[in-house]
Design a protein around this ligand. Structure first.
Ligand SMILES: *Cc1c(COP(=O)(O)O)cnc(C)c1O
Length: 384
């Protein structure tokens, strides 16, 4: 019989009844250390009191009113994101794909007067599952059977400035890049490469768009990963961790880009509703607490050092550590599915990524003890 829940995902046979911090519990009492955080999304872990209480309080007042009216929670969240970033303005939506779709539309709209519409993207990129973001992404398997996708995206290898320069033409409107490719295999865009992308965008008068859906909101130990490179984009897509598990996405833009989205040009029914933005504000309360991101950086260092030690001790199992902050990857020698199953048997949840990479993205609130236990579990996995 065809399953009532559409079978488009490969799901582990696990169902969680509740969670606390970095731990998830099944109905029958088994517990799992969650180093996947719902794909880098449960940034404050599970059952975080400030987040859950804020959501409950807001739900009891008003959840949704539409964007026909002012939404004070969205105004506050936008102002706080603007104050903490390069941006002058924020647009809220409900997912990463929508944020990237909005970013693509903003780049095209802003460059319409110059008749520039093409966007340079990268091999290994993942930007979502809408037709536009499938076109921007590089994974041909994700596009198969869904074509034709929108035209106007040119793909070049990551960390190759010559290829980028060669791809820029009279119709190029901008460049979209992930500071770290998550789905693509935890592949890091070099800091120097990001700086050169900024420079080449300025040189040609085109726009730099960053997909920080996975790397943003503290994941790398800075609020946004591009801060490490000392650059700012013209427009940026956010989602995943921004709502701490509540669906929320955002596009942050400079005034020069954002001003082109005049009334009626773009919209959303759910986007930026009081409940989602209350969740976003609660996450920001925590992430912007003085010292919080220092803690993420410190914990990331501990996790990375432990992973490197495991790779050194078991080079026949794991060949390399990739990534930055709390977005790390172990390149597996054996098939990834086998390693994931071994982790699960040890009570550790980890994520898949391309290039046979086991992706680790624990909650930003992960404790030192959690990290120690996670490393011990991975050590046992490596030892077979
Ligand atoms: C997850 C992800 C997306 C897509 O987000 P959805 O919420 O699944 O639509 C886009 N870009 C990056 C970098 C992501 O990690």
């Amino acid at each position: 019989m065809f399953p009532s829940l559409l079978p488009n995902f490969i799901r582990a046979d696990l169902a969680f009844a509740h969670g606390e911090g970095a731990w998830l519990y099944t109905e029958d009492g088994r517990r799992f250390l969650d180093f996947g955080a719902g794909i880098a999304t449960s940034s404050l872990g599970h059952g975080h009191k400030h987040l859950t209480q804020t959501i409950a309080d807001q739900a009891g007042k008003v959840m949704h009113v539409s964007n026909l009216y002012r939404v004070p929670q969205a105004e506050r969240l936008a102002q706080r994101l603007v104050d903490a970033s390069f941006a002058d303005s924020a647009f809220f939506c409900n997912s990463g794909a929508e944020a990237n779709e909005g970013m693509i539309k903003m780049i095209r709209k802003a460059m319409t007067p110059l008749a520039r519409y093409r966007i340079i993207c990268f091999d290994g990129a993942f930007h979502g599952r809408t037709l536009g973001t499938l076109a921007a992404g590089s994974n041909a398997a994700y596009r198969k059977g869904f074509g034709p996708v929108p035209e106007g995206f040119d793909h070049v290898p990551l960390n190759n400035m010559n290829a980028v320069r060669d791809a820029i033409g009279p119709e190029t409107a901008g460049i979209i890049v992930e500071p770290i490719q998550g789905d693509g295999g935890v592949r890091v865009a070099d800091m120097r490469f990001l700086q050169d992308l900024r420079a080449v965008c300025d040189e040609f008068g085109i726009l730099l768009g960053l997909d920080e859906v996975q790397t943003g909101m503290g994941r790398t130990g800075r609020l946004f990963a591009h801060e490490w490179a000392g650059i700012t984009p013209d427009v940026m897509a956010l989602a995943k961790g921004i709502g701490g598990g509540f669906p929320l996405g955002a596009v942050l833009a400079t005034e020069a880009v954002g001003k082109h989205l005049t009334p009626g040009t773009h919209g959303t029914t759910f986007g930026g509703n009081p409940l989602a933005c209350a969740a976003g504000n609660a996450v920001l309360d925590v992430v912007l607490t003085p010292g919080f991101l220092d803690g993420v950086r410190r914990k990331a260092g501990v996790l990375r050092a432990g992973l490197e030690q495991i790779v050194r001790a078991h080079p026949a199992v794991f060949s390399e550590v990739r990534g930055d902050g709390l977005l790390l990857g172990l390149v597996c020698v054996a098939p990834l599915a086998q390693m994931q199953a071994a982790c699960e048997a040890e009570g550790l949840l980890a994520l898949p990524a391309s290039e046979n990479v086991l992706r680790l993205a624990p909650p930003l609130t992960v404790t030192d003890n959690d990290i120690e236990m996670g490393l011990a579990k991975l050590g046992r996995v490596a030892a077979g």
